[in-house]
Design a protein around this ligand. Structure first.
Ligand SMILES: *[C@@H]1O[C@H](CO)[C@@H](O)[C@H](O)[C@H]1NC(C)=O
Ligand SMILES: *[C@@H]1O[C@H](CO)[C@@H](O)[C@H](O)[C@H]1NC(C)=O
Ligand SMILES: *[C@@H]1O[C@H](CO)[C@@H](O)[C@H](O)[C@H]1NC(C)=O
Length: 200
């Protein structure tokens, strides 16, 4: 009886709350060590092929701190993150991570927990990612993902989940990771890609 009550109550919650599921705790503590160090966050405009750097910062000891700059308002936004858990995802070079994010912009602080999906390109010293508050993404969309350049990646670094397949060239303004040619990018339905899209 109690079990049945709980199930019914849960269903009611899901209907009322818009089906917000709790994010899982993943297999390993913290975050992947390959993303540690100084870095930036860039976004590629698929139409113009122009990459814009949105933020600079670092990940140290599973804690991130990135400062975004909005040239229109000349305001900065600081987003800090705590990597809670992570694990390799299915495809070579990919991972999921649960991250607690705190965003401070113009004196207002907001917090959220996301599941990040990242694909690492070791030769390019980059990884591309999306994130969602409601589920763990399983692949990158064709558009709308972010790419971090990993400035502190040591030479000969390896990633325990493999390599997403870099093209062998160093990073440049038109080379910001993303889905490899031929990769299926269907069924991407996350509602929250990284930083607030309206302010950046
Ligand atoms: C993040 O960096 C900003 C400035 O760069 C600093 O003021 C802030 O204290 C840092 N936050 C954390 C949690 O380290
Ligand atoms: C930032 O906050 C101040 C004080 O609340 C406000 O006057 C200003 O309009 C805000 N600026 C932006 C760009 O939101
Ligand atoms: C996975 O990545 C590793 C490391 O780069 C590579 O040696 C291996 O061939 C890749 N495997 C597949 C199936 O692509």
């Amino acid at each position: 009886m109690a079990v049945r009550y709980c199930v019914l109550a849960l269903l009611a919650c899901l209907v009322v709350g818009g089906a917000r599921a709790a994010l899982p705790t993943l297999a390993k503590p913290g975050g992947p060590s390959i993303i540690e160090g100084l870095g930036d966050i860039a976004k590629l405009d698929q139409t113009t092929d122009f990459a814009t750097v949105l933020a600079v910062g670092y990940v140290i000891g599973g804690a991130s701190n990135f400062t975004f700059y909005n040239p229109d308002t000349m305001q900065t936004t600081v987003q800090t993150g705590k990597f809670k858990s992570w694990q390799c995802a299915d495809a070579n070079g990919t991972f999921n991570a649960i991250v607690e994010l705190t965003t401070l912009t113009n004196g207002t602080q907001t917090a959220k927990t996301v599941c990040m999906f990242g694909e690492v390109y070791i030769i390019q010293q980059q990884f591309s990612w999306v994130q969602s508050e409601t589920a763990c993404p399983t692949q990158l969309p064709i558009d709308g993902y972010y790419t971090n350049t990993l400035y502190s990646l040591p030479q000969g670094a390896t990633f325990e989940c493999g390599d997403g397949g870099g093209d062998g060239e160093m990073s440049s303004s038109t080379d910001v990771g993303g889905p490899s040619p031929g990769m299926s990018t269907t069924s991407m339905t996350t509602d929250s890609f990284g930083v607030p899209p309206t302010s950046f």
